[in-house]
Design a protein around this ligand. Structure first.
Ligand code: IPM
Ligand code: MG
Length: 361
């Protein structure tokens, strides 16, 4: 199989972690007889420095023309980086939002798994960690508050800021269907998370999710209020299979879920549209404080590349091989600093990539 991959290395640790994921993809290509070609695309701060904007139309077009996009991370230190002196719509994050919208990537999949080898890094009580967990957070990614109209204006001499939260039934239906489809391939349970005791958008969310559920009689559906969900994630994460939720709730809950796995450096993500195209990126940020030191954990990006193999290229066997290689390296006791614990061997970004490659044969 010949695949064209757009690569956005981005800012901070982005370039280092993406290099390791490309190494792993090349290894897969070698072993399984595929060829991956890469086109470098600029986004975020890296694009601001060259083009003055975080995402150009040409880059968006180039992304559309690839079979999938692999991304590192974008953004810098908001206190010190000149990128944050710019207007909000010219900052690095605006490029990412524009890319998601421009590619219609409405379905964001963020798996949060507690690897048995990393139980020690899980901040929860031992009896909770011992039960393990394996959930998929399905976050709606192109609607809601992040894409509503916003304004800041003076009303009667007082500054007033407004952010609009809108969801149409179509927007809810398409992400709900995706959520149920994915639940069918997992443990067949969907927890739909909303704030239906307060918000109209959540009441519509609940109604549409219930309609969609009719077509999936094998899937158990439950509704949970977002505040309760935040609590349940630390109290009993094993109860979750698929968490289906709107944009902002998913943003917040996925960071929380990542933390209970021990390190955000382990969490992959995929953002999909109606076609096979997807954008694959680690859930973590650009970590400017450790950029360039060769210590960042590349595993989330490598697992994101595995998701690319699975969801965009239908290469399940190859995706399994990458995931198994990651587990093997963890079993062998190798850790980057963020997941380091006593008795293990600490290694850097590149060695982690090399070790994962050598477990793919
Ligand atoms: C994420 C990030 C982004 C988001 C930011 C960088 C705009 O936090 O992917 O979760 O909020 O979607
Ligand atoms: Mg976030």
């Amino acid at each position: 199989m010949d695949m064209k991959i757009g690569v956005i290395k981005g800012d901070g640790i982005g370039p280092e972690i993406v290099d390791e994921a490309m190494k792993v993809l090349d290894r897969i290509g070698e072993v399984y007889g595929h060829s991956f070609s890469y086109t470098q695309l600029l986004m975020g701060g890296a694009s601001i420095d060259v083009n003055g904007v975080p995402l150009t139309e040409e880059t968006l077009q180039a992304a559309k023309e690839s079979d999938a996009v692999l991304m590192g991370s974008i953004g810098g230190d908001a206190k010190t980086s000149p990128w944050y002196q710019l207007e909000p719509d010219k900052r690095p994050e605006a490029g990412l939002l524009k890319l998601r919208k421009g590619l219609n990537l409405f379905a964001n999949l963020r798996p949060a798994v507690l690897y048995k080898e990393l139980k020690g890094a899980c901040p929860l009580k031992e009896e909770i960690a011992d039960r393990g967990f394996d959930m998929m957070i399905m976050r709606e990614l192109t609607g809601g508050l992040y894409f509503g109209k916003r304004s800041t204006e003076k009303v009667d001499g007082v500054l007033v800021a407004k952010d609009e939260l809108t969801y149409s039934e179509e927007e809810i239906r398409r992400i709900a269907k995706r959520g149920f489809d994915i639940a069918m391939k997992r443990r067949k349970k969907v927890t739909s998370v909303d704030k239906a005791n307060v918000l109209d958008s959540s009441r519509l969310w609940r109604k549409v999710v219930e309609e969609v559920a009719q077509d999936y009689p094998e899937v158990t559906l439950e509704h949970m209020l977002v505040d309760n969900c935040a609590m349940q994630l630390v109290k009993d994460p094993a109860q979750f299979d698929v968490i289906l939720t709107e944009n902002m709730f998913g943003d917040i809950l996925s960071d929380e879920a990542s933390m209970v796995t021990g390190s955000i450096g382990m969490l992959a993500s995929a953002s999909l549209n109606e076609t096979k195209f997807g954008l694959y990126e680690p859930s973590g940020g650009s970590a400017p404080d450790i950029a360039g030191k060769g210590i960042a954990n590349p595993i989330a990006t490598i697992l994101s590349a595995a998701m690319m193999l699975r969801y965009s290229f239908d290469l399940d066997k190859e995706a399994d091989a990458v995931e198994a290689a990651v587990e093997k390296v963890l079993q062998d006791g190798y850790r980057t600093i963020d997941i380091m614990s006593e008795g293990m061997t600490q290694i850097g970004t590149q060695e982690m990539g090399d070790r994962i490659c050598s477990c793919i044969a």
